[in-house]
Design a protein. Structure first.
Ligand SMILES: N[C@@H](CCC(=O)N[C@@H](CS)C(=O)NCC(=O)O)C(=O)O
Length: 217
C-alpha cells in the first residue's frame, strides 16, 4: 500500500517531530524522501506546489494530493487523520480552544526565542547580546506561565491524556533544552522539565524524540 504522505525536509529537522508522533499514533505511514535543502525546494515543480519554498512540506498520496506547509499545521493534519483524532485535538470546543491556545503560544511566544538561543549556542549566526537578552526574557516570560499551568495540570492544555499541544510544545522545548537552556534554567523550571520528560517517554512514541541529552554548561 502507498504511504499516506511524503514529508519533505532536511535530515534531522526537529520541527517534524510532532508530525511523526501524530502519524505514529494514527498508524499513518509517512515517507521521508531524500531532500537537498536549497536544491529540491527551489525547483520550479516544487515551488508550484509549495510557493513559499519552505520545509517541512507534506504531500499526500492518492488522486487528490494535498500540499501542506507549516510544521504545526502538518502535525494537526496528521493528528486529524486517524483514530487518535479526539485525544489529540480535543473532544469539546473548550478542549480544542485550550489546545489551540497552547499551540499558538508555542509557535508565537516560544519558537522565535528558542531559535535565537539555539542559533547562538550552535554558532549558526554571529552572537548578539541584545538578541540573546531579548530571547531569554521572552522565553522566561512564557515559561513562568507554563510552569504555573503545570503546577495545576498534568498535561499542558488541561486534558486527561496528552494532546497534540503537548507534542508540539514539547518538541519546541526539545530544541531549546538540547542546545540553549542550561542547568540553571532547568533547575528554575522543574515542572516544565518533568512534563517534557514525561512527553518524550510516552511508550507509544518510542524513538520519535531521539536521544535525550540536555545541553551542558
Ligand atoms: N514556521 C515554519 C518555518 C519553516 C521554515 O522557515 N523553514 C526553513 C528551514 S528550517 C526554510 O525552509 N527556509 C527556506 C526559505 O526561507 O527559503 C514551520 O514551522 O514549518
Amino acid at each position: 500500500m502507498a504511504p499516506f504522505a511524503s514529508l519533505h525536509t532536511w535530515a534531522g529537522n526537529p520541527r517534524i517531530v510532532p508530525a511523526l508522533a501524530a502519524a505514529k499514533l494514527n498508524g499513518l505511514e509517512i515517507e521521508l524522501p531524500e531532500f537537498k535543502y536549497g536544491v529540491n525546494n527551489k525547483d520550479p515543480v516544487w515551488v508550484a506546489k509549495f510557493p513559499l519554498a519552505k520545509v517541512p512540506a507534506l504531500e499526500t498520496t492518492g488522486n487528490h494530493p494535498q500540499f501542506v506547509v507549516e510544521s504545526a499545521a502538518i502535525a494537526l493534519f496528521l493528528a486529524d487523520s486517524g483514530p487518535f483524532r479526539e485525544q489529540l485535538l480535543g473532544a469539546t470546543p473548550e478542549q480544542r480552544a485550550k489546545i489551540n491556545q497552547w499551540i499558538f503560544h508555542g509557535e508565537l511566544e516560544m519558537v522565535p526565542h528558542i531559535l535565537t538561543g539555539l542559533k547562538h549556542s550552535r554558532k549558526l549566526v554571529p552572537f548578539s547580546q541584545e538578541n540573546e537578552d531579548a530571547a531569554q526574557k521572552g522565553i522566561d516570560r512564557i515559561a513562568a506561565v507554563l510552569e504555573e499551568q503545570l503546577e495545576k495540570h498534568q498535561w499542558i492544555a488541561e486534558t486527561e491524556k496528552f494532546s497534540i499541544a503537548d507534542l508540539i510544545v514539547a518538541a519546541t522545548f526539545d530544541m531549546g533544552l538540547k542546545s540553549w537552556l542550561k542547568k540553571e534554567w532547568r533547575d528554575a523550571h522543574p515542572k516544565i522539565v518533568a512534563w517534557y520528560t514525561k512527553v518524550t517517554e510516552i511508550e507509544a512514541l518510542e524513538g520519535i524524540f531521539g536521544e535525550q541529552k540536555f545541553t551542558e554548561e
